[in-house]
Design a protein around this ligand. Structure first.
Ligand SMILES: *[C@@H]1O[C@H](CO)[C@@H](O)[C@H](O)[C@H]1NC(C)=O
Length: 402
C-alpha cells in the first residue's frame, strides 16, 4: 500500500482503536506534513529509487486493491530470442533511462498536457517475476499476470475527472523480448471479446512460421512445440489462436532479410491479415505519409495493441537490441510518427527488445525507449480527454434536440 497524507493522518486513530500500545504515537498536523512534502517530496532526475519516471511503485500482482488507469509493467524475459540475449534487463534499463522524466517537469508541449498530472492515475507495477528456466511456464506467468492487471476497474481519480471512456486500465509493458506480445494479446482478447488490431513497429515481421528457424522440426516424429514461442513467431502463434484482427493490423519500419529466395514470408504475412510499411517508404512519403497510411487503415475506434520493437530505430541510435538491422528510422522520425497516430484507440502497448548490455554508457537506447513510453502515455491520456470531449458534445447536442 502506498501511504498518502490522509492515511498517515488516520494511522494513530486506527492504532488506538486496537488498544493502548500505540498511544505514544504523535498526530502530525497537516501543516507539518505539507512542509515535509514541500521540503523533501520531489526527486531530482538522479535521486530516488528507480521506477518509471519516478512514479509511485506498487507490486500490483500481490496487491489486488492496487488501482491505476495506466500501469507500467516490466516483463524481464529473454529466453525466446534468436540472436543476442539480455532483454531481461530491459525493464530496469528503461526505468533508469526515464530518470529525467518527472511529474514535476512532465508537460508535453506537443500535446498540451502533462500525462502524469492529468486525469489518469499512472503506477509502476514493478516486474512479473518470470522464470528463465521453462518457457512454457514463463508464458503462463506472463499470461496470468497480464490478464490480472488488465482486468481491474477504473480509479476514483478518473471517475472524478469524468473521463469514463477508459472502461479498462491500460498496461504498458516494458520488455523483455518480443514474445511478451502473445500473452498481452491473449489477455486483451479475453477482456474485449474479439481479435485485436495490432500496430507493430519493427524491423522484422515476427509472423514467421516456427519452422523458418533452424531445428524447430529436428525431431519430426515428435516436434516440441515449446520452440514455437520465440520472438519472431509470436504473431504467427497469435494469428493461429485467432487473436489478431485480420485486415486492420499494420507493420511499420520493416527492412529485414526474408527466408529463402522469394517473398513467401510476405505472402504468409498477408494471409495473416497484415499490411506492411517498409523503412524505405519514409523517403517517399515522409513521416506524415506513414501516419496517414496507419490512420487510414486502423481508424480511431477499433481497440489497438501498440507493439514497439526498439530495433525499428537505426542501430546507430539504438544499438542495444537483440537483432539489430542497419538503416532504420531515426528516433526523431519514430517519435514524430507516434505523435501523429495519437488518435488510435490504444488499449495496451509494449516497448520491447531493449538489451542494455549492448548499450553505450550514455544509455542511448534506454533513454530512447523511455521517451517512446512517455509519448505513448501522453497519447493515451490525450485520447481520454478528446474522447470525453466528444461524448460531452454528443450529450449536449442531444439535449439541444429535445
Ligand atoms: C484473413 O482474411 C483473408 C481474406 O479474407 C483470408 O484469405 C485469410 O485466410 C485470413 N487469415 C486468417 C489468419 O484468418
Amino acid at each position: 500500500m502506498r501511504w498518502n497524507k490522509a492515511s498517515l493522518l488516520a494511522l494513530p486513530a486506527i492504532a488506538s482503536a486496537h488498544g493502548a500500545h500505540h498511544h505514544h504515537q504523535e498526530v502530525f498536523s497537516q501543516d507539518h506534513l505539507d512542509e515535509l512534502e514541500q521540503k523533501w517530496g520531489t526527486d531530482w532526475g538522479f535521486s530516488g529509487i528507480s521506477t518509471y519516471a519516478h512514479l509511485p511503485h506498487t507490486r500490483c500482482l500481490t496487491n489486488p486493491e492496487a488501482a491505476y488507469d495506466i500501469a507500467i509493467l516490466g516483463a524481464p524475459f529473454d529466453t525466446a530470442v534468436s540472436y543476442r540475449p539480455g532483454a531481461r534487463f530491459g525493464p530496469r534499463a528503461i526505468r533508469s533511462g526515464s530518470a529525467r522524466q518527472t511529474s514535476f517537469r512532465g508537460y508535453n508541449a506537443r500535446a498540451g498536457l502533462n500525462p502524469f498530472t492529468s486525469w489518469a492515475s499512472i503506477v509502476d507495477c514493478g516486474d512479473i517475476p518470470i522464470t528463465p528456466f521453462d518457457n512454457a511456464l514463463a508464458l503462463r506467468q506472463m499470461s496470468e499476470a497480464y490478464l490480472e492487471l488488465a482486468g481491474r476497474g477504473p480509479t476514483q481519480r478518473s471517475i472524478q475527472s469524468g473521463v469514463k471512456y477508459l472502461s479498462k486500465p491500460k498496461v504498458i509493458t516494458l520488455g523483455g523480448d518480443h514474445s511478451v506480445a502473445l500473452p498481452a494479446l491473449r489477455a486483451l482478447n479475453k477482456a474485449y471479446g474479439h481479435p485485436i488490431t495490432v500496430v507493430h513497429f519493427d524491423a522484422h515481421l515476427d509472423t514467421w512460421h516456427p519452422a523458418k528457424y533452424p531445428s524447430a522440426w529436428i525431431d519430426s516424429e515428435d516436434p516440441t512445440t515449446q520452440s514455437f514461442l520465440n520472438h519472431g513467431s509470436m504473431f504467427w502463434l497469435a494469428s493461429i489462436e485467432g487473436l489478431v484482427a485480420n485486415g486492420s493490423s499494420v507493420h511499420a519500419g520493416l527492412r529485414t532479410r526474408l527466408s529463402g529466395d522469394d517473398e513467401a514470408d510476405y505472402e504468409e504475412d498477408t494471409q495473416q491479415g497484415w499490411m506492411r510499411i517498409s523503412t524505405d517508404d519514409i523517403d517517399d512519403v515522409g513521416t506524415k505519409g506513414i501516419v496517414e497510411s496507419i490512420m487510414e487503415r486502423v481508424g480511431t475506434e477499433t481497440p489497438v495493441y501498440l507493439s514497439i520493437d526498439i530495433d525499428v530505430i537505426d542501430p546507430g541510435l539504438a544499438p542495444a537490441t537483440g537483432t539489430p538491422e542497419p538503416g532504420g528510422w531515426s528516433t526523431r522520425e519514430l517519435i514524430r510518427i507516434l505523435r501523429g497516430i495519437e488518435g488510435l484507440n490504444v488499449v495496451g502497448a509494449d516497448i520491447v527488445e531493449v538489451s542494455p548490455a549492448y548499450d553505450s554508457s550514455a544509455e542511448i537506447t534506454s533513454i530512447a525507449a523511455a521517451q517512446i513510453v512517455y509519448e505513448v502515455l501522453t497519447s493515451i491520456v490525450r485520447k481520454g480527454l478528446t474522447e470525453q470531449a466528444r461524448i460531452e458534445s454528443v450529450k449536449s447536442s442531444d439535449k439541444d434536440e429535445l
